[in-house]
Design a protein around this ligand. Sequence first.
Ligand code: G6P
Length: 585
Amino acid sequence: MCGIIGYVGQKNAPDIVIDGLKKLEYRGYDSWGISIKKAKSLVITKKVGKISDFHDSDSLPKGSIAMGHTRWATNGPVTQDNAHPHTCCTGMISVVHNGIIENFQSLRKELAHHTFTSDTDTEIVAHLIEDNYKAGMDLQGAVRMALKRLEGRFAIVAMSSEYDEVVAAKKGSPLVIGVADDGYYVASDIPAFLDHTNEVIFMEDGDVARLASDLTFTDFEGTDISRQSKPISWSVEQAGLDGHPHYMIKEILEQRHTIKEAVSHSDAKILKVADMINKAKGTFFIGCGTAGKVGMVSSYMFSTIAKKHVNDVVGSEFPNYHDFLTPETLLICISQSGETADTLEAIEVAKKKGCKIVSIVNVMGSTMMRMSDEYILCNSGPEKAVCSTKATTAQMAILALLAYACAGRFEEGKRVLSRVASSIDVMLDENYLDEIQFLSKKVAGYESMYIIGRSQNYPMALEGAIKMQEVPYIHAEGFAGGELKHGPIALIQNGTPCIALVANDAVKTEILINALEIRSRGGYIIGIAPEDNDIFDFWIPVPDLGIASPIANIIPIQLMSYYTALEKNCDPDKPRNLAKSVTVK
Ligand code: G6P
């Protein structure tokens, strides 16, 4: 949610910033801007629209210091004035920001002597720095003093026309520094500068970094601190399109191998987390959006495989449970980015009660990972499309393996997951894609569709609906098969596409009957199932995976979401109004 990049070094900074913003566009894409230091002034360019549509870097001044921002609007509508960077009254200080400054209204009243040109909370920071600057502080000191006035979550990068440096600070929102021979980079996420270096420093909350001819760190009080860089294993190829037209299809197809990589952890790691779950008195699975649905499906897997009751709660609702938390409570936090504000807040609430935290995250070094007592990485490589695909199935695979480990059936779990991985690899062949693309042409003609599932496939019905909403903008809803007759069946009209998620499990007969109920009212039944059935108007085969069936069953819906979006001329990687990393509550 908003992407930031800054650079100080020997290369042409504007080129690096524009290129980096294009790689961060998944974090927000309604407007963008860049601030370039040219002699003793800052040259600022801001535009409404996607940075990927900008191909005129040559029109920008050259320079060795610059920073940029790609926006997902929170405070104030999408306008050029509201795009970042924001400046102080004189234009000598510019600021980019990711997060929310919660006390911005009171600060804005206090700063009424300044001229405001935007509706944003960010502009406050530029004016606060300006006042501190006028009081005689240097840029770093002025930024530090300004930060102390801010409440909320933020990552901030600031420049001044008078200093050959960039100052970056964070509390709550992510910032990572890239260290290279040519200079220093700071960005919201590693892919922004991965072309230049894989030597990184994950900034901690309360850090202030000064990027100049050298790199130094202090805390918000100004005390020097030391931070060491370390290499990250992500490659440029992993972060790029690798010949695919969109990240979404690239990432869907990567599931041919990512499930296997997801469960490639040491036995000791998995068994340690399983032991934490077994010893906990009260386990909560927490996630938001798609990751929340992974938590839900995992609660079914834990019931069935480990005979263990766990609670699944979406991050934003978790604070309601604070009365039930004790030091023996365990939170399993599920997140691709490891930066989702609502999940981070759940962790903060739980930590105050002394609970233990385990995170299942994809982004190494993320805030969530660092706040956790233990973590398991998804090993999926960078996920760039806004909607989550490969990280979702990786998370489900890890949680299924944990359920087996909790049940004392770890070796069996490894065999099951190995079969899941290889059968998905076989499933995703060219013919399979063609069939779903063909079906998507029909689906694209409808405004609404419904998805039904039972037991562990009920959460996948909900997740499938998210996929059809967020990418091709179809009004899709997921239901538990048994709930149809309590209302939703009234929505079925002649030809309405309805997906039935069927597995060879204890509820197979019931879900087929529910599909028949829909068909009898004119619905067009798309069966996602290991075997064909007369009830289906269209059959999408999936491997017969029993309790692990949700891992395979969601993949054809991911594909349908992608191809339907193409049919409707929607951008699959950057759906309207959404952002990949939701760093605001
Ligand atoms: C956003 C994304 C979703 C994602 C959710 C949680 O809404 O668009 O795809 O599931 O955030 O993100 P996380 O990084 O915590 O998995």
